[in-house]
Design a protein around this ligand. Structure first.
Ligand code: SF4
Ligand code: SF4
Length: 169
């Protein structure tokens, strides 16, 4: 089994300073994706081991998704957190690394962001969702997807998100 704490430490570092904008993009939308009444977010496999070492008061439970006997975890927050230890799902939003049918990964907009995230609207000066930020999400995804469980999670999520995309404009 991978050393997940080490793996996520490196992943978090890659996405620590590279964000869609030079400042916290929550200023644009009153942190629309940080809602205490939100449905929560799925963690990457065994990411909870890393988060258990942080001081956030996250609530982490089993989701109804199971991969190779492992129950993917669902995290709920109260709408605020220590930004330095926010989960990977928050770091990469509004992008997601989609797996290809014949392997490979492409980073595209997450259809769950449609209607919520202003970063999808257009290319605005100062927004880097299409540039270096996307490259860093890709680099991070390549690094962590060497782990078979994480790769299976990405394949599973790609199927889910493609289905969601069918029902979005
Ligand atoms: S990722 Fe999008 S929805 Fe979330 S805080 Fe940034 S601009 Fe707002
Ligand atoms: S964990 Fe932090 S960054 Fe993620 S949704 Fe909650 S408050 Fe926002």
């Amino acid at each position: 089994m991978s050393d997940y704490i080490n793996l996520y430490t490196r992943a978090y570092m890659l996405l620590e300073t590279r964000t869609p904008m030079m400042f916290d993009c929550g200023a644009l939308c009153s942190s629309a994706c940080c809602n205490e009444n939100g449905l929560g977010m799925l963690l990457f496999p065994y990411e909870e081991e890393y988060l258990a070492k942080t001081n956030n008061d996250f609530i982490i439970t089993d989701s109804n998704i199971e991969i190779q006997g492992y129950k993917v975890k669902l995290l709920r927050c109260n709408g605020t957190c220590d930004r330095h230890t926010r989960p990977l799902a928050c770091r990469i939003f509004p992008l997601f690394p989609f797996t290809g049918e014949t392997g490979g990964i492409s980073v595209e907009f997450d259809p769950r962001a449609y209607g919520t995230c202003p970063l999808l609207l257009t290319d605005i000066e100062g927004i880097y969702t299409r540039g270096l930020f996307r490259l860093m999400v890709l680099k991070t995804a390549h690094m962590i997807s060497h782990d078979p469980m994480i790769n299976s999670f990405l394949v599973n999520m790609t199927k889910e998100l493609k289905t969601i995309k069918l029902f979005r404009p």
